[in-house]
Design a protein. Sequence first.
Length: 117
Amino acid sequence: MGIQTYRDLDIWKRAVELVTQIYEVTKRFPREELYGLASQMRRAAISIPSNVAEDFRRLHNKEYKQFLYVSSGSCGELETQVTIARNLSYIDEAQEQALLEKLDHIGRMMTNLIKKL
């Protein structure tokens, strides 16, 4: 049947999985980070699938690309925050690598989608 909604996009599905993972990871951060790094990471993560979904139905490629660029920027923001979390020992090296690999994959998917538009 093809892609009917943003929910059919693999990139959106993977990004939603990433949000869930970020919430799980940040739930274990120190309490004083609730409104600091944890909140920033959650907002950046949520921005990724939200911007993939935003404007999808309008089917204006130029406008949709803009939302995808914002989403891509959120990937970069989250990559930086993951590294900071590791530097502060809030996450271990394995968690950092897993998150960075997932972000890299989503970023490559985003680039490919932008090129197709």
